[in-house]
Design a protein around this ligand. Sequence first.
Ligand SMILES: [Zn+2]
Length: 258
Amino acid sequence: MMDVVSLYIVWFVAGVVVGSFLNVCILRIPRGQSVVRPGSSCPQCRQPVRWFDNVPLVNFIWLKARCRWCGSRLSWRYPLVEGLNGLGYLAVAGTFGFGMVAVVYALFVSVLLTVMMIDFDHLIIPDVISLPGMVIGFVASTFIVPVGWRSSLIGIVLGGGLLWGLAILSPYLFGKEGLGGGDIKCLAMIGAFLGWPNVLLTLFLASFAGAVVGVSLMACRRLELGQYLPFGPFLAAGAVVSLFCHRDIFRLYADMFR
Ligand SMILES: [Zn+2]
């Protein structure tokens, strides 16, 4: 039997390794490329990355953030995604233990991280992520995580429906289209994993954070009026906060009206 510290280390390393795969997904899924073949190569000189240079997180340090062959800079995003995913897995294990529930939520955190980065780069959330995610979330909520199929199903309909309604109304409300189909399907997927109360919390947190960031960016002239701010990163961040903190937030909310 492994002691708890070793379990956490294994869990973190697993998160970093999966994070390395997420980097491949973030790069290739929006381009419609396979995430399995070919192996990774340098974006500048196209030299394949050797297996010993492909050790996540540490490779960045011993390669001094440069390609071994052409010396071009490696993006700091690679270790960032790997590290964040590792930390995410630690948080999941710390909150939900080391069972199947934690495996489901670890997968969910990885999917959210991928969505966040892809939407940030390309202003899209690919269907190949959110549609299978919806199905997996529903099945997991039915059989593994304590959400239940009813709450999951209502979460899908509510999450998708609310954003769909907002997307239809936004040309009238804001004079422009504010939401894409990707956002709609993404919140439906989040509802599948988290159930309906948390989908409302996620939407509230994401809208609030999106408004604060949007107004701040406009205030320092980093964002022009009418320019598009991707909503996916806010939805993903809102879902992560809901996953880990919903009990505290709902308790705080209940206390306010006591
Ligand atoms: Zn290179």
